[in-house]
Each structure stands twice: as C-alpha cells, then as structure tokens.
Write a protein that binds this ligand. Structure first.
Ligand code: AGP
Length: 613
C-alpha cells in the first residue's frame, strides 16, 4: 500500500509533493519519486530508499513546474529499485507519468499486448501497464484530453487502484481515479491536491472531498471535477477534517510510536467522551443506527479484523461475553470473507480497523452486507471507506496514528469495546450496580495509565535483557490472552525478535518445548480469579530454566519473587486490566527495538494500512 500525492496550483509542486510523501511514508517506504510539469516539459525524479533520498536527488537536480504527482512505495511487484519506483512513464516518448497504489491483477496480459504493439517496459511492476495504456488512449483522443484518456483505460484494468497522472500535453492538469484504494481531493484557494490520505494535505487545507470507488477526478489550479466512470458527473461533497495541527507532529518525542504510547491516558478519555450515561449506568453511542429493539434481537456477534485490531476484537469477545452474555466469534477478516460462514438474521457483524482502509477488513464488511447482514464498524479514520460503507459505527477519536506499529488505536478499540459490552449488557441482564462498577473502573483508567507510563525506566531496563533474545513467548489467561498476543506482535513487528502469544494454559501442550535460558517468557498476570493458575504456569517455566518477565499488579510480591523482570501496573478491576497491562508490553517492544537499532516508526516490510489483499 503505497502513498500517492498530486498538486496543481501556482506554487512550485516538487516541494509540496515531497512534503506530502513524507507524511504518507507510513504507507510504504522502499522507494519514492515525483514527476512535475512546467514550461511544456516534464521532469521525473525517482530513487529507491526513503523520501529523504528523493529529496537529496531533487536538491541536486530540481524538478520544475506548478503541477505534478508523487509516490512512496510498498513493493508488491518487483523489488525496491530505481526502475521500479514510481512515477512510471508511458508512451514511446514518455508522454504521461503515472503513480499507482494497488494491484493490477491482469498486468501480465496487458503487458504482452502492449509489448506486441512496440511499447517498451523498463520496470518489473504491474503499474507500468497503466502508463502505457494512458499514453495510448491520450494519443487516440488527439493528445489533449487526459481525463477522457483515463476514462478509456479504466475498464481495461482488473484489480485495485488509486491512480494519479500528469502529462506535458495537458499543463496544469492532474487526473486521478479510485477503485479499492483510497483517494482524497484537498480543496485549496487557487490550488488543489490529491492524496491517499488527508494527512498529506493537512498543512494546506482542512477541506477534503473523498473519492468513491469508480470515480475519476481532474484537478486544475482553479478547481476540480469528479465523475463516475459509469454514471457521469458527480457533485462533490467537501468535508472538513477536525485535526489539531500538531496531531501529526512528533512534538519532541523520539518516535511516533513512543508519542502515541504516551498519548493513551487522553486517548481513553477521548474514546469515552459523551458516551457514558451515568444516570442509567450504561454507555451511549450516537452512530450505531440501531434501536434497542433491534439490538435485543441480536443473537450472535461476529467481530472481523486484522492484526492488532484482531487482538482488540479478541479482548472484545471476552468483554461482551462477560458483560452481555452474547456469543461472540472473532474472525480473521481475510479468512472470513472467503470462508462462507453461516450467518443468520440474528447475527451482527462488527468490523474493526484503525485505518478504515484495510482491504481484507473492507472485503469482510462488503461480503457481510452482500449477504444482508447488519454491519457496524469500529474505526479511527473519519471519512475512510469502511466508515462510510458500514451501516453504523463507533469512531475511536484517537487522532491520527502514524507509527506503523499500532498502540493507541488498540487501547481506544478495547475502551470502545468495553463500553459496547456495557451497553449491550445493560440492554440485557447486567444490573445497574454491575454497570456502575464498570463505569467506575473505566473512570480510573486514565490516571492509572499515567502511573504505568511513569514506570518507563523500569521497562527500559528490562528491555536490556530482552533485546538480545532471538525468540520470546507471551502468555496470559482469559482477558490477558489477547494482551499477550498483542505484546508478542509488537515485539515481532518492530524488533524482529520472533515472538508468539499463547493462552498460558496452552503452553504445556507444545510451546513449553521452546523454553530455554535464552527465550524470555513474558506473563501477563495482573491479580484476578485465575492468578493462582498462572502462577503455576510461571513455576513450570522456571522449572525448565526459562527466564520469566511478568506484568503484574503493584505489590504482588509472590509474582515479583518468581520473575526476573517485574513490570507493575495499578490494581484496577479485571474488566479494565487489559488497558493497563498492554502498555508495559508496548514500551518493552519499543525499547528492545531501540536497543537493536531498528527503525521503529517504519519497520521493515510493513506498512500502516494494508490496502491490497
Ligand atoms: C499493527 O501494529 C499493524 N500495523 C497491523 O497488524 C494492523 O493492525 C493491521 O494491518 C490492521 O490495520 P487496521 O486496524 O488499520 O485495519
């Protein structure tokens, strides 16, 4: 999932395109490039490596012109090389430049056809076919109608795309199209932007128009027009993005991940704001679009998601079953969408996604809607595709999450799922007193999180002992099992230490074979009804010489005594313990990765929003 930008205005484009690419670098960062048009000429600059490498190339050889496109890549077809970097030139004389986010599934057949017509390919990418097809269509239309040419090309493409293109034959024009990959227009005064994510245009305008699937756009300095490839002209809806300007700034923190970990006390407050109905000891949501009557008819909930959002969904399963006694199934979205699981009228499908653009989760949503299911989405990114397509939903209000390794979004997702479980529970058998107990517990979380963040020096010291490891095991019971999974994912993602999360009870059935003095076992074990069981599991690891680290309740001397590393969290009711216990694990992964010299905000091979299957 790449990041693409476009600009048409009176200012020089190159600097603005590069600034936009830097903000989109979380989407892919293995190569980058820009193409600008000015004075009837097109300049192309592209390099493998980070956007800063492209910047150096542009310092050495500037690219002129008040209109252009840019791209930062996450390779799908062809390794990250200068040749495979975007933009790709199309036509025998390089008449057009194209940037693409997505996958053209029929690229091989199109390539053969175009090579047969004498078009020369210089890259191994699927995207280059679009450039040649566009040049071919522009030629056929007499060379001046870039939008018309793009409209001709789209029916030939199978797969997904967010596209943008320029041509020296159509000065001042940027065209684009969307099918499956996000694209938004930034509406300025005498200038217009195109981007994969509003983040890229935030410094210049808060007015954005989201393209829907099947739509094309043409930007000029004076304005923009959108049309749907099947139904013609579209009246654009311009939304206002309500971000605090510094929301995407590092703000003095060493990394976005660390900044976002430290934001979590406020994240919980923001996720709860206006959603707690104390008088009825329940929660309230404005966007579910479901009546109490409809909700009482729900007999089963399916939670579908990917990655960290899937771990949050797992915690949601435990919380909803505990507070609302409703059966919950947690599904990997990529499996759920093709598995054809039985879904009846009483099943509510809820998808979870930070970005709101993850292709597999969007696919699970569309498959459920196609089968007539009522769908909800728990999403962070306002205006994202999943948010717009679900029947109803709950926004996380966590603010933009830039670090590729998700942290605050997980905490916001679990907070929202706790409120949802409370809400559903109070529609059923959860008593006023029990509801009040949950609310009182949630109220104590922000302060308690502040105290957990103060233990960072302890976690940092612990990371010294974990960072040399090649493998690690994360173990937890009940609500702490999903937290163990999430802790393992964080370590894997950013430190590249192989880590697995397991239910602690499951350890004896296989993973125990992995225990040795070099493999840290991290237990997630705040006090609770199953604490004694977990202590036995700790003993089983110690008996085999395995080093034990544990997240436990402050003052739990027994667990501390059994653990080489003890990471304390305040003593709060079990229902909110996952919100506390995950933070030392996020910090442990962060500091282990830092000690290993890893690129924390842009870990290898990953991208923040996975918009291809
Ligand atoms: C988590 O740190 C990863 N970035 C990844 O697993 C992520 O959670 C997954 O791709 C789902 O993303 P989403 O929440 O934006 O849909």
């Amino acid at each position: 999932m790449c990041g693409i930008v476009g600009f048409s205005g009176r200012r020089e484009a190159a600097g603005l395109l590069v600034a936009g690419l830097r903000r989109l670098e979380y989407r892919g960062y293995d190569s980058a490039g820009v193409a600008t048009v000015g004075g009837g000429r097109m300049a192309l600059r592209k390099t493998s490596g980070r956007v800063r490498v492209l910047e150096q190339a542009l310092e050495a050889e500037p690219a002129a012109g008040p209109c252009g496109v840019g791209h930062t890549r996450w390779a799908t077809h062809g390794p990250p090389t200068d040749r495979n970097a975007h933009p790709h030139l199309g036509g025998r004389g390089g008449e057009v430049a194209v940037v693409h986010n997505g996958v053209i599934e029929n690229h091989a057949a199109l390539r053969r056809e175009l090579e047969g017509l004498g078009y020369r390919f210089v890259s191994q990418t699927d995207s280059e076919v679009v450039a040649h097809l566009l040049a071919q269509a522009l030629e056929a239309l007499g060379g001046a109608d870039l939008l018309g040419a793009l409209e001709r090309v789209l029916p030939r493409l199978e797969g997904t795309y967010g596209l943008a293109a320029v041509s020296p034959r159509c000065p001042g024009e940027v065209v684009g199209a969307r099918l499956g990959s996000p694209l938004v227009v930034g509406v300025g005064d005498g200038e217009h932007f195109l981007a994969s994510d509003p983040l890229a245009v935030a410094p210049y305008t808060a007015n954005v128009a989201y393209l829907q699937d099947g739509e094309l756009v043409r930007l000029t300095p004076a304005g923009f027009e959108i049309r749907h490839r099947l139904t013609g002209p579209v009246t654009p809806r311009v939304d206002r993005i309500d971000w605090k300007p510094d929301a995407v700034e590092l703000g003095g923190h060493a990394h976005y991940m660390l900044k976002e970990i430290r934001e979590q006390p406020d994240v919980v407050l923001d996720a709860c704001r206006g959603r707690i109905a104390r008088g009825e000891a329940t929660a309230t949501f404005g966007g579910l679009n479901l009546t109490h009557k409809q909700l009482r008819r729900v007999r089963r909930i399916v939670l579908a998601a990917c990655g960290t959002s899937w771990h949050a969904a797992m915690a949601g399963e435990y919380l909803i079953e505990r507070l609302a006694h409703l059966p919950v199934e947690v599904e990997y979205a990529g499996e759920f969408r093709y598995r054809n699981p039985p879904l009846d009228a009483g099943t509510l499908v809820i998808v979870l996604s930070q970005s709101g653009e993850t292709a597999d989760t969007l696919g699970a949503l569309r498959e459920s809607k196609r089968r007539g299911q009522t769908t909800l989405a728990i999403v962070n990114t306002v205006g994202s595709t999943i948010a717009r397509e679900a029947d109803g939903g709950i926004f996380l209000h966590a603010g933009p999450e830039v670090g590729v390794a998700s942290t605050k979004a997980f905490t916001a997702q679990v907070t929202v799922l706790t409120l949802l479980a409370l809400y559903l529970g109070r529609l059923g058998n959860l008593s006023f007193a029990e509801g009040k107990g949950v609310i009182d517990a949630i109220d104590r979380v922000p302060d308690a999180l502040g105290r957990v963040l103060e233990t960072e020096p302890t976690v940092e010291a612990a990371a010294q002992r974990v960072s040399p490891a090649r493998n690690a095991l994360y173990l937890g019971r009940d609500l702490h099992f999903p937290v163990a999974l999430e802790g393992a994912l964080k370590l894997k993602e950013i430190s590249y230490i192989h880590a697995e999360g397991y239910p602690a009870a499951e350890m004896k059935h296989g993973p125990i074979a992995l225990i040795d003095p070099e493999t840290p076992c991290v237990f997630v074990a705040p006090r609770g009804p199953l604490h004694a069981k977990t202590l036995s599991n700790v003993e089983e690891v110690r008996a085999r010489g395995g080093p034990v680290a544990a997240v436990g309740t402050e003052g739990d001397d027994e667990l501390a005594g059994l653990s080489g590393i003890f990471l304390p969290v305040p003593d709060l009711p079990e229902v909110v313990q996952p919100l506390l216990a995950v933070v030392p694990l996020q910090l442990l992964a962060y500091h282990a990765a830092r000690l290993r010299g890893c690129d924390i905000d842009k870990p290898r091979n990953l991208a923040k929003s996975v918009t291809v299957e």
